[in-house]
Write a protein that binds this ligand. Structure first.
Ligand SMILES: [Zn+2]
Length: 90
């Protein structure tokens, strides 16, 4: 879990085989392709990252990384942008 102060924002991430994904437990949400296909094909919100998050929380088995609000947008853009092609810099 990543926490950002002073807003108190809590962001869960789960590291999978192909990268780190943003997840949310309520409402269930994950940024991985499996979650998306599960949602559009069966209307179910599930993937193994959400299961992993559920297990980790139940067994109190997770690490917390504190940060500042100013770092949050960089943090999010790194995770959201990881599958994008490299940007050409001028
Ligand atoms: Zn997932």
């Amino acid at each position: 879990m990543h926490t950002f102060e002073p807003s108190g924002t809590r962001i869960w991430t789960v590291v999978g085989r192909e990268g780190e994904y943003l997840v949310s437990d309520d409402p269930p949400l994950c940024t991985c392709p499996a979650f998306y296909f599960s949602l559009v094909r069966t209307k179910k919100r599930e993937c193994h990252h959400l299961l992993a998050l559920d297990l980790a929380k139940r067994h109190d088995h997770f690490s917390t990384t504190p940060g500042h609000d100013e770092e949050m947008s960089i943090f999010l853009s790194l995770l959201w942008g990881r599958n994008l092609p490299p940007q050409e810099s001028d």
